[in-house]
Design a protein around this ligand. Structure first.
Ligand SMILES: [Zn+2]
Length: 622
């Protein structure tokens, strides 16, 4: 799932939008839900869902035939069913059964369920669907669609709203006005005209699917398809779009095809090769990764790449609980960025910078969702999406490309058509890398915040210098982020990267190289941090970057900046009172500071570069 309107606004109005994300409540009626563990006594095998709908009407009616395997001998079973739905009857072995429908739960009694013995039941219902989460069910005269994530499936059909018990296969029959097209998961099987200008469209999906990924859409669609050659053969991409978006959808296909081939070769073959993939246009401001048929509000590159990635991580491998939603959304966000790294490298650089700004805008917040009753928190774009994605980026940095990509492939293969939790992913990455990641996951997934660094660089002799690393956490003072830290060292005739494995506070690293002309921390933005400060040994650095003369001085001091850095200068007295401020000492230039207003005495000149290097030098006024 991706809320596109937020992403677009972030580019334009960062401050405004960040406030929007955290302060504005969801407009829908129900953003919180208390977990009731329904359906724990049986394993869902199959549904045949029949639903009669009309765009412009909120009224639906339908029936659900369910095959299941009881886990124990019992006379009771239950389903999730919102109170807005009226349960007309429940049929078991040809008999109408007694049931209780309260607190959004349908409890059926007097059954004769036998442990591990395949059984079936039919529920007939009608009503006006509720609108929880992101809407669940939407209908106007133009079109109609469902969006069940996270808890909304039972707003429009009685089901088992569960992430770990996937439905093994499903038939979906949609009865709708004949002048509309009806779309659902899997492959279209048939379309039969009924009386009263109604049509019955039958869709069938034969892969395991989580309940929230079942969806229908009914609209006056125009259809086109494209074919993409993938590692296991040709895949058909079905596009159902309103005429207003038809050209945009067609124009999006060349880049979309590249991304599909990229994921298919990078991760694993497309998970639903026996069927198809497709897009159904809908009116929500974003996209939703319904299995084999993403619903999209536009045909924007990032939106299509995000929803497509979910077919691997989200649909084939589903987060095992909403606590672990970053396994869906962090993956979709990061792999979209990886597609940009591959095809649009400048966009990837922009993504890294913008993500760091967005994530560090607030000091706290865990990626792991401790409160799953709040839809706002589950789908928090700063934490579940961006920080989740940046954690994958850092894991790639720590493990290296080969191990990281082997790990995410292994994770996919292990949990394909199933569900997984954070600890499952951690265990796979530990096995593949043969290292413990407990500290990393504790710091970055379960704990909050990010590190902020101060580096003190000291010259030792002509061939050696020292970097001392100090870090503080943005959120909890006692969190320490173990991390390999990259530095770019610039010399007259070469550049080199060194990596310092920061494991303890105030750690000293002795580097057997001359003091460089310039030190740049993390030039490729592997680490989630901001405002790292580099404090550099004055005399050595000044000789390489800045010359100051005369000193002592009487009226004027000349500063010769022979570096490529821009500096700001503040002159203070020894009590830190600011006396002269100059914010622009340009690269490769000479600048004169008028100090005639200062009384005789000793002052401090503090230079700060754009890279947050700070240099302090005594100035004596005669
Ligand atoms: Zn998503």
């Amino acid at each position: 799932m991706k809320k596109l309107f937020l992403s677009l606004l972030i580019l334009i109005y960062p401050f405004f939008v960040y406030n929007q994300i955290f302060i504005t409540p969801e407009p829908q009626s129900m953003t919180k839900r208390i977990d009731i563990f329904v359906g724990q006594g049986y394993d869902i095998k199959y549904h045949k869902l029949y639903i009669s709908v009309t765009p412009g009407s909120d009224h639906i009616s339908g029936g659900v035939f369910t095959k299941f395997i009881p886990l124990d001998d019992t006379d009771t079973m239950d389903f999730d069913a919102n109170q807005c739905l009226v349960i007309d009857s429940v049929i078991y072995h040809g008999n109408a059964m007694t049931f209780i429908h309260q607190n959004n739960r349908l409890i059926i009694k007097n059954l004769t369920l036998v442990s591990q013995s395949l059984d079936s039941i039919i529920i007939y219902y009608h009503g006006t669907p509720a609108a929880s989460g992101f809407g669940s069910f939407y209908s106007d005269s133009q079109w109609l669609w469902t969006l069940s994530e996270p808890f909304g499936a039972s707003d429009w059909w009685p089901c088992k709203n569960d992430l770990s018990d996937k439905i093994d296969s499903i038939d979906i029959f949609i009865e709708h006005p004949s002048n509309y097209i009806a779309v659902a998961n899997g492959l279209e099987q048939s379309k039969v005209d009924l009386v009263n200008s109604r049509t019955l469209t039958h869709w069938k999906h034969k892969y395991p699917v989580a309940t929230y990924l079942i969806a229908i859409a009914v609209a006056p669609y125009h259809y086109f398809n494209v074919h993409i050659p993938l590692t296991e053969g040709d895949l058909q991409i079905d596009n159902y779009v309103l005429s207003s978006a038809y050209n945009n959808a067609q124009n999006a296909m060349p880049n979309f095809s590249k991304v599909m081939k990229f994921y298919d070769s990078l991760i694993a073959p497309y998970p639903f090769m026996n069927e198809r993939y497709g897009h159904a246009h809908f009116g929500w401001g974003g996209g939703m990764e319904h299995q084999t048929i993403s619903f999209v509000g536009s045909f924007d590159y990032e939106l299509l790449a995000h929803e497509l990635l979910h077919q691997w991580y989200g649909d084939a491998v589903t987060c095992g609980s909403w606590h672990d939603v970053w396994l869906n959304e962090g993956f979709a966000t990061y792999f979209t960025a990886l597609s940009q790294e591959k095809f649009f490298p400048q966009d990837f650089i922009y993504w890294k910078n913008q993500s760091i700004d967005f994530i560090t805008y607030l000091p706290c917040g865990a990626v792991y969702v401790y409160d799953t009753t709040s839809v706002d928190r589950i789908f928090n774009s700063r934490l579940s999406y961006r920080k989740g994605a940046y954690i994958l980026h850092m894991l790639r940095w720590i493990l290296g490309d080969d191990v990281f990509f082997n790990g995410v492939r292994q994770y996919y293969q292990t949990y394909k058509y199933n569900s997984a939790k954070t600890e499952d992913f951690k265990n796979i990455m530990e096995q593949v890398s043969d290292t413990t990641l407990t500290e990393f996951f504790n710091d970055w997934i379960y704990d909050e915040g990010y590190p902020m660094y101060n580096f003190t660089v000291t010259n030792i002799d002509d061939d050696n210098f020292k970097i001392q690393v100090h870090q503080s956490s943005s959120c909890h003072y006692n969190t320490f982020f173990e991390m390999p830290l990259p530095f770019l060292l610039r010399y007259d005739i070469f550049d080199t990267i060194i990596i310092l494995n920061n494991l303890v506070q105030n750690q000293d690293f002795f580097i057997n190289l001359p003091m460089p002309n310039e030190i740049i921390f993390d030039p490729n933005k592997w680490i989630l941090t901001k405002n790292a400060t580099i404090i550099i040994d004055v005399e050595t650095y000044l000789n390489k970057q800045l010359s100051i003369y005369p000193n002592p001085a009487s009226n004027k001091v000349a500063i010769n900046n022979h570096s490529n850095n821009k500096f700001t200068l503040v002159i203070t007295d020894l009590l830190s009172k600011k006396l002269i401020v100059d914010d622009c000492i340009l690269p490769n230039s000479t600048y004169t500071v008028d100090i005639s207003s200062l009384i005789t005495g000793t002052y401090l000149m503090t230079f700060k570069s754009e890279k947050n290097e700070i240099i302090t030098k005594k100035l004596v006024k005669q």
